[in-house]
Design a protein around this ligand. Sequence first.
Ligand code: SF4
Length: 369
Amino acid sequence: MIAARPPEGDHTAAEGGGTPSFAARSPEGVHTAAEGGGAPASLVQLNNLSKHFTVAATLTQRLLGMLGHAKPPATVQAVSNLSVEIRAGEVLGLVGESGCGKSTLARMVAGVHAASSGTALYRGQPVAVQQGARVVKTTTKVQMIFQDPYASLNPRHRIDRIVGEGPFTHGLVDKANLDDHVSRAMQRAGIDPAYRFRYPHQFSGGQRQRIGIARALGMQPEFLVCDEAVAALDVSLQAQVLNLFMQLRADHNLTYLFVSHDLGVVKHISDRVAVMYLGRLVELAPAAEIFTRPNHPYTQALLANMLTLNLRRRRFSAIKGEIPSPLNPPAGCHFHPRCPHAMERCMREVPAFRELAPGHSSACHLGDD
Ligand code: SF4
């Protein structure tokens, strides 16, 4: 189990490079991608996934358009041609600075957003399909847990409805068994089922996040997409909720995509880690490898500036220089304006995402023949 983090100001082994006060990532009995015994089957496949958003025209632009001086609408390329597979039973951590596209990616993986191009497949089938303006999920086995446990719960609904509505609507449980189903989901999430007739505002932040987890568990998921799922909680509650995630993994063999800006959390719960920069995947490797032998200069910079546990509450600002606007990303390697190793080639040529060692891939011209 993951121990509660020390009070602020305490120095931990993690800061000194020794064994941190977190427990091992893989609970006993859980077979993970990082372990031996052959590669586990791929559960989720992202193939050349891209998402762009068109920026709404300003009043001035609309007026210019009416006068015949229209310009093409600006486009934000939030995610670009991203491909990765997520193996059954593993925790894939996804890290990067704010604005790098990791939340947009998480939402496409969870079927909340439709992809602009490419596919997000769960067990070989699209997670969601576009029907007119609507995005319709095709599976209940993929569920998402959001950052803000209050905003993601309808304040006018009682907990029994919040947790039970999805399973009942999708025919996972009939009316006669709905109450038991809700109670079981709440118990698994560590919430007393006696509270099921209360409203979200009657719970603390940590309890509300557990309610969000209970809602996801009610859908009997195999794959959980957690988008900054502990970022809004204080330090001790973070540890409790992370313990719960790992216990659920052990009990139900769940697979996770765990999105976080908190490298300390990602380090200790992930089997593999993916690093994103300005919409692109720049490095992917087993967690132990990423944190000891990072290849990409961006990953190296992230780790060099990794916040120590007692500074965790500070605003995350990992690397000198601003992340460029996704409205106008730099040509070539997006990281070149901030990269201490940038070469002329980096400014014009997009580096290929290539395998350096089994399971370890990076997108950087350094080391190219
Ligand atoms: Fe730096 Fe060039 Fe590598 Fe990009 S490709 S990370 S700019 S060295």
